[in-house]
Design a protein around this ligand. Structure first.
Ligand code: SF4
Ligand code: SF4
Length: 56
């Protein structure tokens, strides 16, 4: 199951620069994860200052 970014995201961009498969891009008001590219590594959740990414 791919990770998903909640509305808590403050668009800092840290997760995008740490994603090994570049699955994260800036969206409207928050960053978004491309579920088809995400390999479930968890790096985004570990690096996010507000714990916005999580697995459903
Ligand atoms: Fe990228 Fe890993 Fe987060 Fe998936 S879990 S979006 S692969 S950093
Ligand atoms: Fe949003 Fe967290 Fe990613 Fe920053 S690290 S852009 S707050 S999801």
């Amino acid at each position: 199951m791919a990770y998903k970014i909640s509305d808590d995201c403050i668009s800092c961009g840290v997760c995008a620069s740490n994603c090994p498969v570049s699955a994260i891009t800036e969206g409207d008001g928050k960053f978004v994860i491309d579920a088809d590219s995400c390999i479930d590594c968890g790096a985004c959740a570990e690096n996010c200052p507000v714990s916005a990414p999580s697995q459903e």
